[in-house]
Design a binder for this molecule. Sequence first.
Ligand SMILES: Cc1cc2nc3c(=O)[nH]c(=O)nc-3n(C[C@H](O)[C@H](O)[C@H](O)COP(=O)(O)OP(=O)(O)OC[C@H]3O[C@@H](n4cnc5c(N)ncnc54)[C@H](O)[C@@H]3O)c2cc1C
Length: 376
Amino acid sequence: MNFELEPKYLAIQQEARDLAQSIEPISAEADASSEIHPGILSALQTSGMSNLMVATEYGGRFEQVDPFAICLVREVFMATSSHLDSLFALQGIGSFAITKGGTREQRENWLPKIATAEILPALALTEPDAGSDLKAITTELVPSGNGYLLRGTKAFISNAGAAGYYIVFAKEEAGFSTVLVPADAPGVSSTPAPELIAPHVLGDVQFDDVALTDAARLGEPGKGLNLVLATLGVFRVSVAGAAVGLAQAALEEAVRHTRTRVQFGRPLARLGPVAQMLADSWTEIEMARLITYRAACYARTDPASTLHHSSMAKLAASEMASRVVDRCVQVMGRFGLVRDAKIERLYRQARPMRIYEGASEVLRLGISQKLTEEIT
Ligand SMILES: Cc1cc2nc3c(=O)[nH]c(=O)nc-3n(C[C@H](O)[C@H](O)[C@H](O)COP(=O)(O)OP(=O)(O)OC[C@H]3O[C@@H](n4cnc5c(N)ncnc54)[C@H](O)[C@@H]3O)c2cc1C
């Protein structure tokens, strides 16, 4: 067991830090926006870091997509800008089904543009009446002539309106299937989703009898859930990485503040309960980082059979981030409440992490099911 990062990961971490530092002056403005921020997009494109989301054969960095590298990058990005973190993460979340289940033609057509961030993707699973219960979706693919018609509405889709294509999870006679729909296909339209407490590029997408052929399919008919699970296997743990980065950034804000602000004749950081909150936070961040890095390393070799580790990491890190940022606001007193102060931004941004890519309660169900199967 070696707890040091290999040189290639140290280099990626440094690359991510350099990019994060370069966009720091526009991060507050970008994080307040629910539309793609051109400055952040352009910085991501120039950096070339989206190539971590694609295999070498299609313009990517490594032979295979590496969840550990993605995790490290998200940890750095989220500490500076949720907008940058989300743009980066979605390049993978919205393309992994092509990497995993696409034909050579589909891969050659789309993945090089993902690697350069020339195109933004989206993954459309959620619907107005189906969130955690994915099998309750009603969007359907129905036979028509030599092809199919896609009809239904997807809700709360990241990158909606800005994406070049949608990977859509739909019902079909054979079960659930996954199709790739170019955003400019006739019958596709999008509308903005409600504004969230932490702004995010989000929209609802309507598929109004969109005509598709077999060429739009990703994977076999009826096997769409496998591609969704494969995507989660690689990317759920990266949310944990982002949560660790957020918590670390919050703690650093709190330390800077409590080290210098004096009350009762001492810096706040030297007052017992404040010191305790800082110490507990640091300890919890380190615990979450360890479980996250381990799960990300497992996901590198066998994401499907180690999904429970990714779920544990996401559960532990997202819940930890909420606790830590809450304590940090507390020890900063009224200064922690100032609208658009960095700590206030982090406080709002921590909250959705416990809901998307598997709500904590749903993750607990999966983890406990695995546990009861494993113990003889
Ligand atoms: C910022 C953001 C970005 C998003 N981006 C995308 C995207 O790109 N693509 C996409 O498809 N979706 C996206 N979503 C939607 C997201 O995936 C859903 O919000 C998530 O799956 C939870 O579904 P829901 O919100 O409908 O909650 P519901 O399913 O209605 O659940 C509400 C709550 O009930 C509890 N609960 C639900 N089921 C159970 C259970 N079985 N046992 C115990 N408790 C349970 C949990 O506490 C849960 O939080 C995004 C959401 C957000 C907030």
